[in-house]
Write a protein that binds this ligand. Sequence first.
Ligand code: BG6
Length: 465
Amino acid sequence: MTTKFKFPNNFWWGSATSGPQSEGRFNKLHRSVFDYWYDIDPEAFFDKVGPDVASNFYNSYKEDIAMIKDIGLNSVRTSIQWTRLIKDLETGEPDEDGVRFYNDIIDEFIKNNIVPVINLHHFDLPVELYDKYGGWESKHVIDLFVKFAETAFKLFGDRVKYWTTFNEPMVVVEGEYLYKFHYPLISDGKKAIQVLYNINLASSKAIQKFKKMGYNNNGGQIGIILNLTPSYPRSQDEEDAKASEFADDFFNNSFLSPAVKGEFPESLVKILKDDNVIWESTDEELQIIRENIIDFLGVNYYQPRRVKAKEFLYDNSRGWMPDKYFDNYDMPGKRINPYRGWEIYPECMYDIAINIKNNYGNIPWYISENGMGVEGEEKYINSDGIIEDDYRIDFYKEHLEYLYKGIEEGSNCFGYHTWTPIDCWSWTNAYKNRYGFIAVNLKTQKKTIKKSGRWIKEVSKNNGF
Ligand code: BG6
């Protein structure tokens, strides 16, 4: 078989998961906001399935990593749960079993020649810090996060070379503080903007700590994982274009620009100032953000955002919301993944690649998540008991072709991670939609490689397809 799309040498072929979505709650000392939310309102989760067992990675990590190796992945991202690693949230003192567990999995990945990419925050704030301080609304919590980060760097920085501070911080802003899809289900634009700023600052402070501790000189690199949902205006009409620019500034560039360039987008800052909702900041903090930019960027890409100018005057009784400046546009004829309700638009991979190349200094970056969640995959099981997920293979191929085009034109992309190696728990959809190369039977915890798992093995071996 010839390889038509050959990717750069040492390309990462991998996949991503997170601690709270794979490990299960076994032996944790603290509850995250999601653990707590499930405890008080299991109805909020599909089939009332919570994060208690997840994919049992806490207990079966050896077998799981062996399977991941078997499907040819050369790199994997997971996250360290703050609620597992840290015993004393105020001092950052670690818990013995947490240390043992993360040492074990990191060593197991390395032993199997799989590069571990370790993320620190994947939506899983300890709920105590929300109750006591208001979570990400509080600057004290930023400092506690840095203590957690410091403990993690100290414990694992000798072996982990790729770190990321946050996964999809915009989802915290949107889900927890604007559109009420994650606990604490608040809709308050002013608070949302402070949280947006605080998480940017938390990321920069963790990067500052990493550099001060000297891990950069040791071959270590630190980045952030952002969910980019590039905006496409309904038309080239000036009003549509303006709405789309605002949406891009708010949902993408408000993290991308500080992370890569050390500064917030000027146009966004102006609007927030004019509207009297700008965050509270100090010169010293802004300097930390300016001086502590990322080494590499992870981009989670699932869907674009279609935008149009506002149809009706904004209803001010909602308080300030980004929706004051744009409407989402339901584009006729768009392709949709019906299970997740997300548009499928692979061309966007190319647009992201070129945007990073032209507007973000061509920083080294990789696709840190891309995937297709499908419900009811049992119906695709063949007589050998294998799920034939050709739709997923086609989805990946299409996205990779556009990524390839961007790389050919000089974008500095060094890898492609899918979501996710092994079917894992999702925030409120639980196990409704499956994304993995490896299926999990929830009743037996038996894991079986899907057809896409065999496919990625070949792609990884040939460095392309
Ligand atoms: C990303 C997250 O938003 O998408 C993952 O980083 C998440 O944590 C994934 O699971 C898929 O989304 P969902 O909501 O279908 O699980």
